[in-house]
Design a protein around this ligand. Structure first.
Ligand code: WT7
Length: 647
C-alpha cells in the first residue's frame, strides 16, 4: 500500500486534504455532463476546430468501433496552420527549433503554411493521393512536422517511424502500412555524432517493394548523397519547383490521419490508426484542459515525433491551438547537463512536458545545473510515459518548478490519442499527489476492476478499464481487426483495457502501477518481450530466449535476456556483445538487453510456457513463490548459478 499522507502535496488550493469532499466543482460538473450526455458535450467541444461541413451524428458506437462526428468534414493541416494565418497569429512563432550545436530556426505560422503547401504539392507530384500511405523517418527537424501536415493536407496517411529504429524495424512498418513514399534525411545529430540514416534506409529498402520514391532532406552539406536514379530525390530540389498553394482536401472525420506502430504482446508491432476529426478534437481539448493554454505560452514537449506524445503534443495539439511549440534535436543533456535548462531560458518556455526517466537523469546531475539558469518563465510542468516516483516528482516540483508550477502527470497511450487520466489544471487547481495521475479525464469513464470485470473497492489493485468511447480512441489496428478486438476488448467484457494495473484510492485518485501484460516500459518506451525474443531467436547463436524487465534507477526498467545457445559457446563475452549489437541493429538501441545470460534450460510450465515471473524473481533475488506448475526444477538451480555474480 502506498502511504498517501506522506506523499500528499497541496497545490494552490486552500483545503484540508483527506476530507471526504473534494471541492472540484467546475471539473466535476464538466465531467458529469460529458458522461451523462456525451453527444451533446462533444458536439459542443468539437467547435474548437474549423469544419468544412458539420457532422450528421456526433457518435456512432458499434462496440468496439467508435466513429465520431460522422459525415463531418475537415482538414487537419487547415486547422493547424491556415486558420491561424488569417488573424493575429500570422507572424507568431509556430515552431522554434534548436539542435545540439546551437543551430536555431524559427518558423512563423505563415512560414509553416508556405512550407506545408509546397511540400503537399511535392507529394502530389510524386503521385500521392488521398488515403495513400507515406512513411516519415526523420529526426526532430521542422521538415518532420512539415511532412506530417503536408500529408494531412492532401488526405494521405502518414506513418512516422522513430529515427532511432533500425532497418528491419523501418522495413517492417513500411511494409505493413504499404507506404509508397518515404521521407527521410541523410543524417541525424545525436551526442555530437552524425548518425548515418541513409545507410539504414538503403538496407531497409532492399526489402520494401511498395516504396516508389524517397525524398531526402540533405543536411550534411560536406557529403553528397548517392541518389538512385528515378527513385531518390532531394527535398530542396523538389521544393524549388513546387506550387505555392494546395487546396486542403476536405476529409470525412473518420478518415485516418495517421498510423503509428507500437509494441504489443506478440512479435509484430501493432499499427494504431487514428482518425482526423475525433483525434484532433481530443488532443486540442486535452491540451487546453491540462494546461490552460494562452497566446503567451511557449510549449516544449521533449518527446520525439516518432512516438504518440510527439504526434499529439509536439505537433497536432499545440498547432491546432496556435501555440508556439519547441522542437529540439539531440540529447537534452548534451553537450552538457544544463542543455535542457538553457533551452528553456533561451526561448522562454512556459510549459515543459517530459518523462520521469529524463527527470531522474537530470536529478543525478545535481541542482546546480538547474539553478544556474533562469527558469522564471515556466508556469506549468508535465510528466508522461510511466508512473513518476515521488522522489523525482518532488525534485521536479521544487527544483525545476520552484514550487510555483503544478505538475500534470498525464497517463495515456498510443491508442488513446491523448491524455485520459490527468489533472485538468487548465480548468481548476487540483490538489496533487506525487505519483498519481489524479482522476479520469473529462469524457472518460474509467474504473479499476478484477479479472472478471467487477469494480474493486478503494486501494485494491486491479486492471484499469475504460467503459465508454472517447473521441481520441483509436479507430482500430491497420488491416488487423481480429487483433484489435483481441488486444483491447476481450480481456474485460465491454470495456477498453489498456493493460495497466492500477488502484484508485479513497479520494478517487488513480495510481497506475505498471503494465499488466508482457510489455516492458524502458525509459517510457513500450517494448514487447515477444518482439525482442523474436529478434533474439533469429540470431544464429540463439536457440531460445526469454526476456524480462529488470528495475533500473534511471530507465525504470531495462530488458534482460536469458538465452539458450544453439551450440557450445567458447567466448561468452564476445557472443553477448554480438547478440546485443544484433538487437541494436535490428530493433534499435532502446530495445538492446543490458544483460544476457546463457543457460541450458528455461523454467517452463508443463504446458511449455516460459515462466518469466520466475526469471524476474530470480534476478531480483526474491522468493520464487509457488513453483508447483514448473516442469523441471533443475533449470532454476542452473540460472541461480549463472546469476550468482550479479544478484
Ligand atoms: C504506456 C503507454 C502516451 C504516453 C507515452 C507512452 C505507460 C504512460 C503514464 C503515466 C503511468 C504511464 C502505461 C501505458 N504510461 N504514461 N503518466 N503514468 N504510466 O505511450 O508507448 O503507448 O505507452 O505507458 O503503461 O500503457 P505508449
Amino acid at each position: 500500500m502506498i502511504n498517501h499522507d506522506r506523499l500528499l502535496t497541496k497545490f494552490g488550493v486552500s483545503m484540508k486534504f483527506g476530507d471526504k469532499y473534494i471541492p472540484l466543482e467546475k471539473f466535476n460538473k464538466m465531467r458529469e455532463e460529458s458522461l451523462k450526455n456525451p453527444e451533446k458535450f462533444w458536439g459542443e467541444q468539437a467547435k474548437c476546430l474549423d469544419w468544412d461541413k458539420t457532422w450528421d451524428k456526433v457518435l456512432e458506437w458499434n462496440p468496439p468501433y467508435a466513429r465520431w462526428f460522422v459525415n463531418g468534414k475537415l482538414n487537419a493541416s487547415y486547422n493547424c496552420v491556415d486558420r491561424h494565418i488569417k488573424g493575429s497569429r500570422r507572424n507568431k512563432a509556430a515552431i522554434i527549433w534548436e539542435n545540439e550545436n546551437g543551430d536555431c530556426r524559427t518558423l512563423t505560422y505563415y512560414e509553416l503554411y508556405r512550407e506545408v503547401n509546397k511540400f503537399a504539392n511535392v507529394l502530389q507530384n510524386l503521385g500521392v493521393d488521398k488515403g495513400d500511405r507515406v512513411a516519415i523517418y526523420l529526426p526532430m527537424i521542422p521538415e518532420a512536422v512539415i511532412a506530417m501536415l503536408a500529408c494531412a493536407r492532401i488526405g494521405a496517411i502518414h506513418t512516422v517511424v522513430f529515427s532511432g529504429f533500425s532497418s528491419d524495424a523501418l522495413a517492417e512498418r513500411i511494409n505493413d502500412a504499404g507506404a509508397e513514399v518515404l521521407i527521410t534525411a541523410d543524417i541525424l545529430y545525436r551526442r555530437g555524432k552524425k548518425i548515418n540514416l541513409k545507410n539504414i534506409v538503403d538496407k531497409s529498402l532492399l526489402d520494401c517493394p511498395s516504396i516508389n520514391y524517397v525524398v531526402y532532406v540533405h543536411r550534411d552539406k560536406d557529403n553528397d548523397i548517392k541518389l538512385k536514379e528515378g527513385r531518390d530525390y532531394l527535398w530542396d530540389e523538389l521544393m524549388k519547383g513546387a506550387k505555392k498553394y494546395v487546396k486542403p482536401v476536405s476529409v470525412e472525420s473518420n478518415h485516418p490521419l495517421f498510423i503509428l506502430y507500437t509494441s504489443g504482446t506478440t512479435g509484430k508491432p501493432k499499427g494504431v490508426v487514428h482518425s482526423t476529426g475525433g483525434y484532433l478534437v481530443y488532443v486540442t481539448k486535452t491540451m487546453e484542459w491540462t494546461w490552460g493554454i494562452n497566446d503567451m505560452d511557449v510549449f516544449w514537449c521533449t518527446a520525439d515525433i516518432g512516438w504518440i506524445t510527439g504526434h499529439s503534443y509536439v505537433v497536432y495539439a499545440p498547432l491546432s491551438l496556435g501555440t508556439t511549440t519547441v522542437i529540439y534535436e539531440g540529447a537534452i543533456d548534451y553537450p552538457n547537463p544544463g542543455r535542457i535548462w538553457e533551452i528553456i531560458e533561451n526561448h522562454g518556455v512556459t510549459i515543459l512536458y517530459t518523462a520521469p526517466t529524463a527527470i531522474r537523469m537530470l536529478m543525478k546531475y545535481g541542482e546546480e545545473w538547474v539553478k544556474s539558469h533562469d527558469l522564471s518563465t515556466l508556469r506549468m510542468l508535465g510528466s508522461v510515459g510511466e508512473p513518476i516516483n515521488p522522489k523525482a516528482w518532488e525534485w521536479y516540483y521544487e527544483v525545476v518548478g520552484q514550487k510555483r508550477c503544478p505538475i500534470a502527470d498525464c497517463y495515456w497511450q498510443t491508442e488513446t490519442g491523448g491524455h485520459i487520466i490527468y489533472p485538468p489544471l487548465g480548468i481548476q487547481n487540483i490538489p496533487l499527489k506525487p505519483g498519481s495521475a489524479t482522476f479520469p479525464g473529462i469524457g472518460i469513464d474509467a474504473d479499476v476492476v478484477d479479472e472478471n470485470g467487477n469494480s474493486l473497492p478503494p486501494n485494491k489493485k486491479g486492471l484499469l478499464v475504460i467503459k465508454n468511447p472517447w473521441p481520441g480512441m483509436l479507430l482500430g489496428l491497420w488491416k488487423n481487426d481480429v487483433r484489435y478486438r483481441k488486444a483491447y476488448w476481450e480481456r474485460i467484457k465491454n470495456c477498453y483495457c489498456p493493460s495497466d494495473y492500477a488502484i484508485k484510492d479513497e479520494d478517487g485518485y488513480f495510481w497506475i502501477l505498471g503494465r499488466a501484460d508482457e510489455v516492458l516500459n524502458v525509459a517510457g518506451h513500450r517494448i514487447g518481450t515477444a518482439e525482442l525474443e523474436h529478434v533474439l531467436v533469429s540470431h544464429p547463436l540463439v536457440a531460445e530466449a526469454a526476456v524480462i524487465g529488470k528495475p533500473d534507477e534511471i530507465k525504470g526498467e531495462v530488458p534482460v535476456a536469458f538465452v539458450i545457445p544453439r551450440k557450445e559457446i567458447d567466448d561468452k563475452k564476445e557472443a553477448k556483445e554480438q547478440i546485443i549489437k544484433y538487437v541494436r541493429d535490428t530493433l534499435g538501441p532502446v530495445a538492446a538487453p543490458t544483460m544476457i545470460f546463457f543457460v541450458n534450460k528455461l523454467p517452463k510450465t508443463r504446458s511449455g510456457k516460459i515462466m518469466r515471473r520466475v526469471l524476474k524473481k530470480l534476478i531480483l533475488g526474491e522468493d520464487l513463490g509457488d513453483l508447483s506448475t514448473i516442469e523441471d526444477n533443475t533449470s532454476i538451480e542452473e540460472i541461480k548459478n549463472e546469476l550468482s555474480d550479479f544478484v
